[in-house]
Ligand binder design. Structure first.
Ligand code: IMP
Length: 210
């Protein structure tokens, strides 16, 4: 049974059984993915509610700042960033710019190769930066990105949707959900390129993972 959550004003801790809103029925994996996915971990309703909370935290965190440049880590951060940035523009006084950075170390596996490849983004020298990432596991990817971007920053903060709670030595200013150390997909996140289009966060079956 999924746990019913109602407070989305701060990081939500998600246990193995997963979470849903009181208004949502017990979530089920779609039939077409039934052999690949274990369960829905975080429903779309919970993602939407927490993104509103995150936008408030980010606006407070950048108090006194007029404009921020959101640097989205591709590809996984795309869906999360699209929703977050729209809520920021609707609900806060912050003006937003959008840029992207691409970083890949997983390939078609479920663990990091440790080799982070990065591509260049527009000139961000002297800008207020909000780095937007989908998920933190070991922290290796974010460490490389933070070191690279921090040099050029004026004011630098990092927002992640999901944190598996094992990374050390990196600064996470805004965390959506803290999740168990399982491999997840959906809402932009993939395994070997699949599941990005699912509206919720799902757990991929262990026996499928390389
Ligand atoms: P880290 O470098 O070990 O912290 O891993 C971060 C990157 O690995 C993220 O940007 C994701 O692309 C990918 N990743 C880590 N865990 C997962 C997961 O559970 N599902 C999908 N991608 C993941």
């Amino acid at each position: 049974m999924h746990k019913v959550v109602s407070d989305f004003s701060k990081t939500v801790i998600v246990s193995e059984e997963g979470i849903r809103l009181a208004s949502e029925p017990e979530p089920k994996v779609r039939e077409k993915y039934i052999n690949e996915l274990d369960k829905v971990l975080i429903t779309k309703g919970c993602l939407d509610a927490r993104i509103k909370g995150l936008a408030r935290e980010i606006a407070n965190g950048f108090a006194g700042v007029d404009e921020i440049t959101c640097v989205v880590v591709l590809k996984g951060g795309m869906f999360f960033a699209a929703d977050l940035i729209r809520v920021l523009d609707e609900q806060s006084n912050l003006r937003t710019r959008l840029d992207f950075i691409k970083c890949s170390s997983y390939g078609d596996r479920s663990y990091s190769s440790g080799n982070v490849q990065m591509c260049q983004l527009d000139n961000i020298e002297g800008k207020n930066i909000l780095l937007i990432e989908d998920i933190v596991d070991t922290g290796g990817t974010l460490r490389v990105l933070q070191n690279y971007l921090k040099e050029k920053r004026k004011n630098f903060k990092t927002c992640v949707l999901l944190d598996k709670g094992v990374a050390s030595g990196i600064e996470l200013d805004f965390i959506g959900f803290r999740i168990p150390r399982v491999f997840v997909g959906g809402y932009g996140l993939d395994y070997a390129g699949m599941y990005r289009g699912l509206p919720e966060i799902v757990v991929i079956k262990k026996e499928l993972l390389k």
